[in-house]
Design a protein around this ligand. Structure first.
Ligand SMILES: Nc1nc2c(c(=O)[nH]1)N[C@H]1C(S)=C(S)[C@@H](COP(=O)(O)O)O[C@H]1N2
Ligand SMILES: [Mo]
Length: 359
C-alpha cells in the first residue's frame, strides 16, 4: 500500500473551492453547479485528514476484533459481496460545514478548514449492512461501542454506539452512485452512517473493534466535539462529542453572486441529520417570510431541493433561509460559539446583487 498526498480526481475551479491554503486533501463542492438531486461522484466534496491510501482490492481485508465478539474474523471483499446487498440514498455532511460563518458572525475564525456551505453531498451508497458483517463474528450481549478504523496513515477512527452500528441504514458501502467507490471516497469500502457527522463515515475501512467498553479516540474527544466557554467537558472529552447533524439550509448561490434583475427562481437544498425537512421559509431583504416549494424526492437522511419564485430589483439583496424538520427543529437565529467551529446552522444569509441586463 502507498499513500498519496493529494486528491486523485480532477478539481476544476468551476466545481470546487478549497477551504484551506494549500490543503491538498480538502475540496468543497460548489452547490450552485449541481444539476440534480444526487451529487455526481466527480463533484462530491472531499475531506481527508491524512494522505490517501492506495489499496489493492485483492489484498484488502477487514478485521473484526474485540472483547464483545465471540471470535475474531477476517473478511475479504469477496466475503462481503456474498452478503445481502442494500442501497441507501443519504447525505454525508462534514460537522465543520459552513465553518467560515463563525468568522463572519463573531469576527474571529474558528479553528480548522474555513468551509463555505459545500462540505456536503448526497449519493446512492450500495453495499452491505454493518449489522450483517458484525454478525459473522458473533456480537455478544453487552456490546457497547463499535470502533471502525481507516487504513490511512493516521488510522482515522471514531466510535459508534452499538444501536447505531446495528441500524438498518448503517452500511459498508462498496459503490457510490452505481460506480465502484472512488479512491478519494474510500475505495474499496467505507462506512456510511446515516444522519451523523461525516467523520463517522470512515473511509478505507480496515478494522472494526466491538467492545463492552468505550472506545474513545482523539476524533470524538479532542475534535468533532462542541467545546468552548459555553459547553461542558464530558469525561475525557473537551466538550460534547457530536453525533447527528442539525437542520440546515443551503443556497445554490455564492455570497456576492451577480444575477439578472426581474423574475428569477432562487434554489437550494435543506437537510437535517436523520430527519426529513417539512418546510423551508425564505425572506428577501425586509420582506415577509414566504414558503419555498419543496421538490421530490424528499428523503430522510438525505436532502430536499427547494425553489422560490421572486421578483428582483436591480440592487444588492440579502436572502435569508430557514428550514424546519419533521421533529420540529428549526434553524436558530444565532448559534453559540464553539472552538472547533462545528455544526454552524444559524438561519442562512446570502448577500448577492441583481443587475439590469444592460449593466
Ligand atoms: N479514513 C478516513 N475516513 C474519513 C476521513 C478521514 O480523514 N479518514 N474523513 C472523515 C470526514 S471528517 C468526513 S467529513 C468524510 C468526508 O467524506 P468524503 O471525503 O467522501 O466526502 O469522511 C470521513 N471519513
Ligand atoms: Mo468532516
Amino acid at each position: 500500500m502507498s499513500h498519496h498526498p493529494g486528491i486523485f480526481k480532477p478539481l476544476p475551479a468551476e466545481h470546487f473551492r478549497h477551504p484551506d491554503e494549500g490543503g491538498a486533501t480538502n475540496a468543497e463542492t460548489r452547490l450552485s453547479r449541481l444539476p440534480g438531486y444526487l451529487t455526481p461522484n466527480r463533484w462530491f466534496f472531499v475531506r481527508s485528514h491524512f494522505d490517501i491510501p492506495e489499496l489493492d482490492a485483492n489484498d484488502w481485508r477487514l478485521t473484526l476484533t474485540g472483547d464483545a465478539l465471540s471470535h475474531e474474523h477476517v473478511l475479504s471483499l469477496a466475503d462481503l459481496e456474498r452478503l445481502p446487498r442494500v442501497s441507501v440514498i443519504r447525505a454525508i455532511e462534514c460537522a465543520g460545514n459552513a465553518r467560515a460563518s463563525f468568522a463572519r458572525d463573531f469576527g474571529t475564525p474558528a479553528e480548522g478548514a474555513q468551509w463555505g456551505q459545500g462540505a456536503v453531498g448526497v449519493a446512492e451508497w450500495s453495499g452491505v449492512r454493518l449489522r450483517d458483517v458484525l454478525a459473522l463474528a458473533g456480537v455478544e450481549e453487552g456490546a457497547f461501542h463499535v470502533l471502525p478504523e481507516g487504513l490511512d496513515s493516521g488510522r482515522f477512527a471514531r466510535p459508534l454506539p452499538i444501536d447505531k452500528a446495528l441500524a438498518d441504514d448503517t452500511i459498508i458501502a462498496l459503490a457510490m452512485n452505481g460506480e465502484p467507490l472512488p479512491i478519494d471516497h474510500g475505495f474499496p469500502a467505507r462506512l456510511v452512517v446515516s444522519g451523523w457527522l461525516g467523520a463517522a463515515s470512515i473511509k478505507w475501512l480496515g478494522r472494526l473493534e466491538v467492545s463492552r467498553q468505550t472506545l474513545d479516540t482523539y476524533w470524538n474527544t479532542q475534535d468533532y466535539t462542541l467545546a468552548g466557554p459555553d459547553y461542558p467537558a464530558v469525561g475525557e472529552a473537551d466538550g460534547i462529542p457530536i453525533t447527528t447533524m442539525p437542520v440546515m439550509s443551503l443556497v445554490d448561490l455564492e455570497d456576492g453572486a451577480r444575477l439578472l434583475a426581474g423574475n428569477t427562481i432562487l434554489r437550494g437544498r435543506a437537510l437535517s441529520g436523520e430527519g426529513q425537512i417539512v418546510a423551508v421559509d425564505c425572506r428577501l431583504d425586509d420582506g415577509t417570510w414566504q414558503s419555498a416549494t419543496l421538490h421530490t424526492p424528499n428523503i430522510a437522511g438525505a436532502w430536499v431541493c427547494w425553489s422560490l419564485d421572486c421578483q428582483l430589483d436591480a440592487d444588492r439583496h440579502v436572502l435569508q433561509v430557514r428550514a424546519r424538520d419533521d421533529r420540529g427543529h428549526e434553524q436558530p437565529e444565532h448559534v453559540v460559539w464553539n472552538d472547533h467551529g462545528c455544526l454552524y446552522n444559524a438561519i442562512t444569509r446570502i448577500a448577492f446583487h441583481a443587475e439590469d441586463r444592460s449593466d
